[in-house]
Write a protein that binds this ligand. Structure first.
Ligand code: ADP
Length: 488
């Protein structure tokens, strides 16, 4: 930064030069206006402050000021003036001079005025820098925002974001495509306006509030056999406040069709296998009877073969049950059922098995009789028959199995509790999967298909109920089934 002194009086020029050079600034001087303007031009912006005399021969100060302002408005001009010309100095200020210095002046006076000008220049420079930075940041933010938007717009999967009230704040074209909606649809309406599915709206609303839904995802069935899978997460601010939900939508129609084909295939094969197997089983029984027990080794071999065919027949029975449940085709012969009577008869029927293992199997009839529920009795028998059979199978000799029932929050509940082997936490998550069997020393010799609990789960779901398990290794297991009263 340089300071230029334009004055025709040699003393003033020298005086200023002396005073200002002590302030560590380069000082230039010019005896005339024209010369001064030339120096400014050739300094390439280095001269930031000009001390300018108003009364000079040739071009006067006012004109020089005019030219400086034209050249570069940011140069600060300090007018040097005698008392007689204070008014002209004020006029000069009006025309853009920054300050003025009345003659005669003390060195300190010059320093103060110049210092103020320097500060002003530094502050202006700082402000400019900050402004540039702010602009750049805004530009970056803008670019980032439009980049994120472009990415969301071009994602192949459907994306929709809602606020806590369930209003759509953002959605992409894939979302509209998946739902068969026009690409012109705008965000802003409640999610229920885009997807008419009450369960889905509840799912979104509960996620938005930070509740964890029962299932991590939600299946939407659209007309025309189209299936979508929605998976949502809560959107949270930095301080943990819930702002809404972000949901991805995937088309799973093909997977559904494949699953259906697979189920149909399994059902068909099972069906085809069942009668020949039943025939083989009967024939083996016949042969056994004919050759009699004396035949020794042969008898044993055929007995084993008969047992194996029996195992296969029950596997096929389970597979057929499961495919019927999955296709929603299981018997819908609903009628009013007294659950306590049904449970008593199941326990009675299975007590032969528990007696054989010296186990105590009891049903605590609730003091207050249970209301009737409308359901398919076969489904209920299958559910509780399977649970009690499992309890007998997976409890050692001399164990204890208790069946209890009651009413809670307007729903019926049944628990089947044993003090048997128990199920490890990692297996508890899996036992409702098809063919999953826990393999360890204790369960090794227990035969089963791994289809019992999937059947139970499928039936409980079809009754709009729920099933949960609590278990501890070597302490025992409790299965709890909750069923709504008065519903199919
Ligand atoms: P299966 O009994 O034919 O193997 P399930 O689907 O009925 O098939 O059960 C799956 C697995 O869950 C069983 O293999 C068993 O290990 C475990 N299980 C079920 N009920 C109990 C129980 N009451 N106690 C301990 N383990 C159990």
């Amino acid at each position: 930064m340089k300071i230029l002194v334009i004055d025709d009086e040699q003393d003033i020029r020298d005086g200023c030069e002396r005073i200002l050079s002590r302030m560590d600034y380069g000082v230039l001087t010019a005896p005339r206006g024209e010369k001064g303007l030339e120096m400014i031009k050739s300094s390439a912006g280095a001269i930031r402050i000009v001390l300018l005399d108003l009364k000079m021969p040739g071009m006067d100060g006012m004109e020089v000021l005019h030219h400086i302002r034209e050249m570069d408005e940011s140069i600060l001009v300090i007018i040097i003036t005698g008392f007689a010309t204070v008014e002209t100095a004020i006029e000069a200020m009006k025309r853009g001079a920054y300050d003025f210095l009345p003659k005669p002046f003390e060195p300190d006076h010059v320093r103060i005025v110049v210092k103020r000008a320097i500060e002003k220049i530094l502050l202006t420079a700082e402000a400019k820098k900050l402004e540039a930075q702010r602009r750049k940041m805004l530009l970056d933010l803008d670019a980032e925002k439009s980049r994120t938007r472009t990415i969301i717009e071009t994602l192949p999967g459907g994306v929709v974001v809602t606020n806590t009230q369930g209003q759509v704040v953002l959605m992409n074209p894939a979302f509209l495509r998946r739902l068969g909606l026009s690409q012109d649809r705008k965000a802003g309406e409640h999610i229920g306006e885009y997807i008419q599915d009450e369960g889905f709206c509840n799912y979104i609303e509960s996620i938005s509030k930070g509740d964890v839904p029962e299932k991590p995802d939600y299946e939407i069935v659209l007309s025309g056999q189209k299936y979508l899978l929605a998976r949502g997460r809560a959107v949270q601010s930095e301080d943990g406040e819930y702002l809404g939900a972000a949901v991805t939508i995937t088309d799973i129609t093909n997977l559904k069709v494949l699953d259906q084909l697979k189920s149909e295939f399994v059902a068909k094969v099972s069906h085809e296998l069942r009668s020949p197997l039943a025939t083989i089983h009967e024939q083996l029984a016949l042969v056994l009877r004919e050759i009699g027990e004396e035949s020794g080794k042969d008898h044993h071999l055929i007995e084993r073969a008969k047992e194996k065919t029996h195992g296969l027949i029950s596997l096929i029975g389970d597979l057929l049950d499961l495919s019927r449940i999955e296709s929603g085709m299981h018997s819908k012969q609903v009628k009013p059922v007294r659950l306590d009577e049904l449970l008593a008869s199941i326990v009675d029927f299975l007590s032969a098995r528990s007696n054989a293992k010296k186990q105590s199997l009891t049903f605590d009839k609730p003091a207050q009789s249970l209301p009737e529920i409308t359901a398919d009795p076969m489904a209920l028998e299958s559910i509780f028959g399977n649970l009690v059979t499992n309890a007998i199978n997976y409890t050692p000799e001399g164990g204890k199995i208790e069946v209890k029932a009651g009413i809670e929050n307007g729903d019926l509940w049944v628990t089947v509790q044993d003090n048997g082997f128990g199920i490890a936490p990692k297996d508890q998550e899996m036992i409702f999967e098809r063919f999953y069997r826990v393999k360890n020393e204790k369960t090794r010799y227990i035969t089963g298909t791994g289809l019992g609990l999937p059947i139970v789960k499928g039936l409980v779901d079809s009754l709009k109920g729920s099933i949960t398990v609590e278990s501890e290794i070597d302490k025992g297991t409790t299965f709890k089934v909750v069923l709504p009263i008065g519903e199919e």
